[in-house]
Design a protein around this ligand. Structure first.
Ligand SMILES: [Fe+2]
Length: 158
């Protein structure tokens, strides 16, 4: 999740390192509520508001735009494993200013099952093990273009 500091407009993204690398990726903001301060303006956690993410759904797989192709999740199912890579023709950029920060698996009810955090040097792939889901959704989060998904997928469809 991402939070906006209402004092200075700094955005705290739980999935990536903050500017000074004080906080590790994957640590929930409210797990640090006793000591967290804004890395930019030093305001306490009370000044942070959750940012509600909009998901970009890739609907027409045969006529994708460039930005859709770049964030297209390639999904391979193997037994109970779900493997994910990002990028249809070319892989997604992997520089600090622009990289895939996480790949998340949701169940058929839209609840988060697992989120894999990546950093700018990872291969942009995630493997989810041992999930017996008939229907699921994979969401890709890019630090520049935010959240991408193909929508719900039935296991047999792939
Ligand atoms: Fe991107």
């Amino acid at each position: 999740m991402r939070y906006l500091c209402t004092n200075c407009s700094h955005i705290y993204d739980e999935s990536i390192w903050d500017l000074e690398e004080w906080y590790e990726p994957g640590v929930k903001l409210y797990d640090m509520q006793d000591y967290f301060v804004c890395p930019v303006c030093s305001e306490w956690i009370d000044s942070f508001q959750e940012i509600v993410e909009e998901v970009n759904y890739i609907e027409d797989k045969d006529n994708m735009t460039g930005v859709e192709e770049e964030h297209y999740p390639i999904i391979i199912e193997e037994d109970k494993k779900i493997k994910v890579k990002v990028g249809k023709e070319e892989s997604h950029p992997s520089i600090w200013e622009h990289f895939i920060s996480s790949i998340s698996l949701y169940d058929e009810y839209g609840d988060l099952v697992e989120e894999k955090f990546l950093n700018e040097s990872d291969e942009w792939s995630a493997v989810f093990d041992n999930y017996d889901l008939d229907e699921y959704e994979v969401r890709i989060t890019c630090n520049l273009h935010w959240v991408w998904s193909l929508g719900k997928i039935k296991r047999e469809e792939i």
